[in-house]
Design a protein around this ligand. Structure first.
Ligand code: ARG
Length: 579
């Protein structure tokens, strides 16, 4: 535990137990950050009530027995009985050394390592991957990295939409176009035009409709030639998705694809198991489950359709098969779904049915990591000017081009090679960070100028802060390693502020992970960069008064840069040493 608040909280809890005995059980002794001192404890008020004493007396007693000598330089009882704590500078210095010496920079490992299956990205075959899939990909990637960072085992699953009735028309269109031509169209990412042409034929020609329907039956029946053509469609699309993942620099691999089709053979078993549990009801000829607590607008119970009247299965059926597979085959205890907010009810119903069926028993849990829409400057869904879906590869190319202009302006001396490398890092980072730094539940507005700005809560600002620290060492020709074991001397308020902030990496990290909300880590990193900025303005580093002070400040610089790099790193954003 590197966060000083965490350490002090343990000691305070012990002190309350000593003072209150049994009566202290259940009292909130939380230590919180405070404006008046470094930390504040309010528990004396609650304990005083149960003990029939005055809060101030309790506070005094708690401070008498609390072992804070090595942690706090001053403690006081304020107002009606609040405890204010100020950390000793030597204590902060010691904790900084611990953080600097730890691989995870003070972030605590998880006490109980879990097996986590995370379902994210999940675009649909033969359809353009849209900005919603981009959000899922970027948020999912950050969560994967954070979960692994603290020691969980993470299984990535890309639940690609690769099955269902549209494949009848898509395969027929593929046959009409000729395999070679179709493959070409798909591999360059012209997925939407392919889909649209198929759809158009379907709407206009009865003959085509008939062929498409027959083809669906052949696909579901496992006809070899049909399966071959279907695989071609899937392969070309996933190849295109993979190029996007590579440009984005996310961890998703081809081997992470676990599409809807992968659960095909399990679907009859889902029906069988639900039947055995007597959970199935027939409604309008379909097999459905009515999970408790779901009703429509007319207050009628809402069904989850498991098998349609025509015998076909549903999206929900494959999601139930998914739960079974993730729990029983993969042994997952945490199932995360990084899926847009509009699918909330679907996932809630799947989870309710799975629980009722006994497939998702505690401590196993399924969490919907929901997110809002991506809006354009007009506050409507992001579209091209002609109203089409934005192609992701075009969007990412534009990001890098725009970044190139900004980078050239900021640092024209860089070599052409370096400029193009840094433009890539800045451009891609900007797109990812803009997404991650907004509370995921909210809609977020896509705004090139804001995301690429070197001011404010943006990735270029953070990357620049990091590069600036690196340049201090480069200019002075000092090895970063050489200052890592220095015990810093914390004197100046700006040094102290920076030290406190660096030590909060642990709590910011865990707070982010507890809520699966990357924007919290972004806010922290932005604060850290701002603290560094004011430290650097107020405290000379290379021209410090003494060698000890200079080394101490260099140690703070190095640790700040490492936290910045690690923090951006778990968000999937690179931090170059030079910009
Ligand atoms: N392919 C779906 C879509 O584009 C998302 C799938 C999400 N994952 C799941 N297990 N349902 O909306």
């Amino acid at each position: 535990m590197a966060d000083p608040v965490g350490l002090v909280a343990q000691r305070i809890a012990v002190a309350f137990a000593k003072v209150g005995g049994q009566k202290a059980v259940g009292i909130d002794t939380a230590v919180r950050q405070s404006d008046r001192a470094d930390a504040q404890v309010n528990g004396s008020l609650a304990l005083a009530k149960v003990m029939g004493a005055t809060p101030r007396d309790i506070a005094v007693k708690v401070l008498e027995v609390a072992e804070l000598q090595d942690i706090c330089s001053s403690t006081e009882v304020a107002g009606p009985g609040f405890i204010n704590l100020t950390f000793a500078n030597e204590f902060l210095a010691r904790e900084l050394v611990v953080a600097s010496g730890s691989e995870k920079l003070g972030v605590a490992s998880t006490p109980t390592s879990r097996r986590v299956v995370i379902d994210y990205s999940a675009p649909n075959v033969a359809k353009e991957m849209h900005v919603g899939h981009l959000r899922s990909t970027v948020i999912g990637d950050a969560l994967v990295r954070m979960l692994m960072f603290v020691g969980n085992t993470v299984v990535r699953e890309n639940h690609v939409g690769d099955w269902g009735t549209p494949f009848g028309m898509l395969i027929e269109h593929l046959i009409d176009s000729g395999e070679v031509n179709a493959a070409k169209e798909l591999s360059i990412g012209d997925l939407d035009s392919f889909y649209r042409s198929a759809r158009k034929k379907f709407d206009e020609s009865e003959e085509f409709q008939k062929r498409a329907r027959t083809r669906v039956v052949a696909l579901q029946g496992g006809d070899a030639e049909t399966l071959r053509l279907w695989k071609l469609l899937v392969a070309e699309s996933t190849r295109y998705f993979q190029t996007i993942y590579e440009t984005l620099g996310v961890l998703l691999q081809d081997s992470d694809v676990m599409g809807e089709s992968a659960y095909n053979s399990l679907l009859p078993k889902v029906v069988e198991r639900l039947g055995k549990l007597k959970m199935l009801t027939t409604s309008d000829g379909a097999d459905v489950v009515f999970p408790d607590g779901f009703t429509n607008r007319e207050n009628q119970p809402l069904p989850l359709i498991i098998r349609k009247t025509d015998g076909g299965y549903n999206y929900a059926t494959s999601d139930l098969a998914c739960v079974i597979d993730r729990v029983e085959r993969l042994g997952a205890s945490l199932l995360l779904y990084v899926v847009g907010a509009p699918q909330a009810q679907h996932l809630q119903m799947v989870s309710a049915v799975a629980k009722q069926a006994g497939w998702l028993q505690a401590p196993r849990e399924m969490v919907h990591v929901a997110f809002g829409n991506v809006l354009g400057a007009d506050r409507k869904m992001l579209k091209t000017r002609s109203g089409d879906t934005i192609k992701l590869d075009a969007l990412l190319t534009e990001a890098v081009e725009r970044a190139a202009a900004a980078v050239a302006q900021k640092n024209p001396e860089l070599s052409a090679d370096k400029q193009s490398e840094i433009s890539r890092i800045v451009g891609i980072g900007a797109v990812k960070y803009a997404d991650l730094s907004t509370d995921r539940i909210k809609d977020y507005t896509f705004d090139w100028d804001r995301m690429l700005s070197f001011d404010g809560n943006t990735s270029p600002y953070l990357q620049y802060a990091h590069a600036r620290i690196c340049s201090i060492f480069r200019r002075a020709n000092i090895e970063r390693q050489s200052v890592r074991n220095v015990t810093p001397i914390i004197e100046h308020t700006a040094e102290r502020e920076l030290a406190m902030r660096v030590l909060q990496f642990d709590s910011a990290f865990w707070d982010t992970l507890d809520k699966y909300s990357p924007h919290r880590l972004c806010t922290y990193l932005y604060d850290l960069a701002s603290c560094f900025s004011s430290f650097y303005e107020q405290c000379s580093v290379l021209k410090a008064d003494t060698d000890d002070q200079r080394n101490s400040r260099l140690m703070l610089c190095d640790l700040t840069a490492r936290v910045m790099q690690a923090g951006l790193g778990v968000l999937g954003i690179e931090a170059p040493e030079q910009m």
